[in-house]
Design a protein around this ligand. Structure first.
Ligand SMILES: NC(=O)c1ccc[n+]([C@@H]2O[C@H](COP(=O)([O-])OP(=O)(O)OC[C@H]3O[C@@H](n4cnc5c(N)ncnc54)[C@H](OP(=O)(O)O)[C@@H]3O)[C@@H](O)[C@H]2O)c1
Length: 259
């Protein structure tokens, strides 16, 4: 009824929960990630629970031709794409000068390049529909510099700035662009980003991926441009504006530091 929603990073965390929400609401799905087994399990779960079709496509989004492969797969299967959810993302904890370049490049390629390329590829398709949506997953990290996760924070700043500009360009086009900005959330992110030593996840009450996904879906349906999850997170951008930039950066450093 609603057409097909593409969800990247659907093998765990927020992406997996978004897939469950979209399926419950009646969307067909094109889910993608590298872990094929998990995608197939999810496909089985969702198709047996809801009256929908789920297409599972294994893909490493950091590969240069990944976006084109996904686009051709959607075309080949004649999918009516009405939603693009750019959710897949990774981080890396630690000093930039001590980090592995390949990890930083992975962040840039996934969080920035793949998101932008998929948006560029699928926008003409989305614009053909009377009403369609892009849901880009950024983070509250988008609002300030993030020492000890410098490239990750900067990548999310990009996602927010790009998506807000796009939302403006697409006004009256029938395509809405929503940027979802979660704070620390329960998922595999923390472990994959080597954040076990950071104080960040200990400082705040951490919501489940399901809570964040439900909020993201609702915000997208409302056509909200920037959707910040959690009451204390909502004040963050306003609060940050009241303090000198160096102070804000130093505070983030303190929060990010080792336990
Ligand atoms: N959790 C948090 O605290 C938090 C806070 C703010 C924002 N976010 C953002 O929320 C989004 C989802 O993260 P999450 O918390 O749900 O983390 P997660 O559980 O680690 O999920 C990340 C997803 O991205 C996929 N992915 C990673 N590398 C990939 C690649 N090279 N190619 C294709 N897919 C890839 C993973 O699948 P495979 O490994 O199977 O490929 C997985 O499905 C990210 O953009 C993250 O930055 C998270």
């Amino acid at each position: 009824m609603y057409g097909t929603a593409i969800i990247t990073g659907a093998s765990s965390g927020i992406g997996l929960e978004l897939a469950r929400v979209f399926a419950r609401e009646g969307y067909d799905l094109l889910i993608t990630a590298r872990r094929d087994k998990r995608l197939k399990q999810l496909k089985k779960e969702l198709e047996s629970t809801f009256n929908i079709n789920v297409y599972a496509f294994k893909l490493n989004l950091t590969e240069e031709d990944a976006g084109s492969k996904l686009f051709h797969y959607a075309e080949k299967n004649d999918l009516d794409i009405t939603v693009l959810v750019n959710n897949a993302g990774v981080g890396d904890y630690g000093f930039f000068h001590k980090s592995e370049w390949t990890r930083q490049l992975q962040i840039i390629n996934l969080n920035i390049t793949a998101l932008t390329h998929l948006t560029h590829l699928f926008l003409p398709v989305l614009m053909k529909n009377k009403k369609s949506s892009i849901l880009n997953v950024a983070s509250v990290a988008a609002f300030q510099p993030g020492p000890l996760m410098s490239v990750y924070y900067a990548s999310k700043h990009y996602v927010l700035a790009f998506s807000e500009a796009l939302a403006n360009e697409l006004e009256h086009s029938g395509v809405t662009v929503t940027t979802l900005c979660p704070g620390p959330t329960e998922s595999e992110f923390q472990e994959i980003a080597n954040m076990q030593k950071s104080k960040l996840f200990d400082r705040f009450a951490v919501p489940s991926s399901k809570q964040v996904a439900e909020y993201g879906y609702k915000s997208m349906k409302k056509g909200k441009r920037v959707a910040i999850y959690g009451l204390h997170n909502k004040f963050l951008p306003k609060l940050i504006g009241l303090f000198p930039r160096n102070f804000v950066t130093a505070t983030v450093r303190k929060i990010q530091e080792r336990k």
